[in-house]
Design a protein around this ligand. Structure first.
Ligand code: BG6
Length: 477
């Protein structure tokens, strides 16, 4: 049956960035030191110090987004531009001014800013004073930072995202990537679970506060959510996959939407004394803080099975037949991850699973009954700039087309999807693979060896996405 692709009339078509990955200007206008500034990249890979230089190009970039017809721009605010130390007495007016300018520029072009309050970067001073999210003290400083954002930008910004990919910050809590958000990796699982709890309590307080302020906007979390497939129909594999799913997905959204811990995961944590330190009143706060929508990032699905080699499982895992959270490498694992030969890969090795996005949408809609926005989805690969300054990225068009098709079907199936903001609006510095792993519709002429003019060029996907938006998703050709 041919699919009639219809998207809601006010659908939020746009794309995403994050402050540290695109802004550069890491030490300008009073910005304080953040964890991301100290991230050690592999040799020959760009760090975040100059990034795409959005700080000095934002007008040009937003104009290009407007040319594409963006209805929304999902961006983040760098905490250390607002509070250079994280807990300063007064905010840094230069930082406030910069984001006022960016927001005004969006509004001038009828682009709705969707603002992530915190996208991985964290003030170093707070790490040095009390360990950042290792401590309950982090809640107070995060809430105060949010209060400032609401009072300074609350009249203009109608969509707020409390935190980017808390799920990844927890899954990778003890790995090297963790230095991005915690300064150094966490030492113990208990510490990771405490950080998760404090982050959820803080976000619940902020969602509550935002609603009390009656600013006439909406607020919600932005985790990374993956559909997890069982590798086989062996009951042990299905059970291990369910367990992994609780750790990988439901832990965050059950806390943030329903105000409760997933039960099997909780009993597993308790068995090992890894459960977080819950104080009196925390669960009431969690119950009271309600999101208006769920934003989520989707790149690929995962496939898991039960560990069949006991040597893969840390000693303590053997006491339970819930074989999850075994430590393998430096990433905690609940079940063994396996490949899925039904899923093709991008040239950078990432799975391409558009149906997985639809599965995510269906699961989230069924479990949480809230409007959904996709705030990341995309294809990060090397692009070639031709001598006549063109970028023929048909692979990216193909990737996005297939994912948008699945969004259309999900909407047809009843999912309340209100926006699609793939990663990324412009090329920017990836988590660990530099600026040449490109995701943008707009090419930034910058390279990992530090060269480049920083000129902007429209990729083929730019023109294609413009047509998609113009037709409100009915023309994906
Ligand atoms: C998401 C993050 O996990 O994936 C982004 O929110 C990140 O910050 C994106 O850039 C793509 O991953 P990577 O590793 O290719 O940059």
């Amino acid at each position: 049956m041919p699919i009639n692709y219809t998207f809601p009339r006010d659908f939020l078509w746009g794309a995403s960035t994050s402050a540290h990955q695109c802004e550069g200007a890491w030490n300008e206008d009073g910005r304080g030191l953040a964890t991301v500034d100290l991230k050690k990249m592999p040799d020959g890979i760009s760090d975040y110090k100059k990034a795409s230089d959005f700080y000095h190009h934002y007008k040009e970039d937003i104009k290009l987004m407007a040319e594409m017809g963006f209805k929304a721009f999902r961006m983040s605010i760098a905490w250390t531009r607002i509070y250079p130390n994280g807990d300063d007495e007064k905010p840094n007016e230069k930082g406030i001014e910069f984001y006022n300018n960016v927001i005004d520029e969006c509004l001038k072009h009828n682009i709705e800013p969707i603002v992530t309050i915190n996208h991985f970067d964290y003030p170093m001073h707070l790490i040095e004073s009390y360990g950042g999210w290792r401590s309950r003290k982090a809640i107070k400083d995060y809430v105060r930072y949010c209060e400032t954002l609401f009072s300074r930008f609350g009249k203009k910004v109608k969509y707020w995202l409390t935190m980017n990919e808390q799920s990844m910050m927890i899954v990778y809590g003890q790995s090297r990537v963790a230095s991005l958000f915690y300064g150094t990796p966490m030492d113990t699982r208990k510490e990771v679970m405490n950080a998760n709890h404090y982050m959820c309590v803080a976000q619940a307080m902020v969602m509550n506060l935002y609603h009390e302020l009656r600013l006439n906007g909406k607020i919600g979390p932005a985790p990374n959510i993956v559909p997890v497939y069982a590798a086989t129909n062996k009951p042990e594999d299905v059970l291990a996959t369910m367990n992994y799913n609780e750790f990988r997905n439901t832990l965050y959204l059950d806390l943030l939407v329903k105000g409760e811990y997933p039960k099997a995961l909780w009993s597993y944590l308790e068995d090992r004394n890894w459960q977080p330190d819950i104080q009196e009143g925390d669960m009431e706060i969690l119950k009271a803080g309600k999101p208006d929508f769920i934003a989520f990032n989707y790149y690929f699905s995962e496939t898991t099975k039960a560990f069949d080699n006991q040597n893969d499982i840390a000693e303590e895992e053997l006491v339970s037949n819930l074989t999850f959270m075994a430590q393998k490498g430096n990433k905690p694992r609940i079940a063994e991850q396996t490949s899925n030969n039904h899923i093709p890969l991008t040239t950078s090795g990432m799975g391409i699973d558009p149906i997985g996005l639809r599965i995510d949408l269906r699961i989230l809609a069924d479990r949480y009954h809230l409007p959904l926005i996709i705030t990341e989805n995309g294809c990060g690969v090397k692009d070639t700039l031709t001598s006549d300054k063109k970028i023929h990225d048909d692979y990216r068009i193909d990737y996005l087309r297939k994912h948008i098709e699945q969004c259309a079907i999900a909407i047809h199936e009843g999912v309340d999807l209100i926006g699609y903001c793939p990663w990324s609006a412009i090329d920017l510095v990836s988590t660990g693979e530099g600026i040449e792993k490109r995701y943008g519709f707009i090419y930034v002429d910058a390279y990992d060896d530090g060269t480049g003019t920083y000129n902007r060029y429209r990729k083929d996907s730019f023109y294609w996405y413009k047509k998609v938006i113009q037709s409100n998703g009915s023309d994906l050709s």
